[in-house]
Design a protein around this ligand. Sequence first.
Ligand code: C2R
Length: 206
Amino acid sequence: MTTTDHDETDAVAQLCEEFYEEAERERERTPDVGIVMGSDSDLPAMRGASEALTALGFAEVTDYDDPPEERFTFESYVVSAHRTPDLLYAYAETAEARGLDVIIAGAGGKSADLPNMTASIAFPVPVIGVPVQEKSVDSVIGMPTGAPLTAVDAGKSYNAALSAAQVLSREHDELRDRLVALHDDRRDGVADVSRRLHELGTEKFE
Ligand SMILES: Nc1c(C(=O)O)ncn1[C@@H]1O[C@H](COP(=O)(O)O)[C@@H](O)[C@H]1O
């Protein structure tokens, strides 16, 4: 093992320790939604999740000691079942105690095991899987009976966030109303674009 490998192992152990410590703390405000992805190279595909949550008035927690004022929040991490199984275990095992109500987990490649392993370990916290690529779909959704995972289509992290908010909205009318408003906006958007296309014609439409 090189010095770098050793340092990286320590860095993983430190993050694991932080999750276990957080699980022990009694905090008034904790993130509602957890976003995890197998690599930071998944960020372009996973950004839709934070965009949708932000559109619904969620803020991102980047410091547990200084959480945002917003009522609904989320947090993001890179966790890999294959590269850092211990980190995955620490993240998922402590998810409920750390206050997470729903997890959105995205991974790519043909062996996208992060979402399903997170679902198994974090149970009964619901996990919404995002296959980052088309080739990841089967490995994300293929769960045996008794090991549930909800998933969206490849790359649809925006929808994963809407589903996460739907779960939370059953307990929070305020969030329910924001979801309905966002839904209505999208519906109006179709009418606007339809009118513009019709009135400008296909040549001038941009
Ligand atoms: N599918 C997984 C897991 C996992 O499932 O544990 N860990 C990383 N990955 C995926 O590997 C791809 C390439 O990652 P790199 O770009 O870091 O090489 C990413 O799409 C990631 O989600």
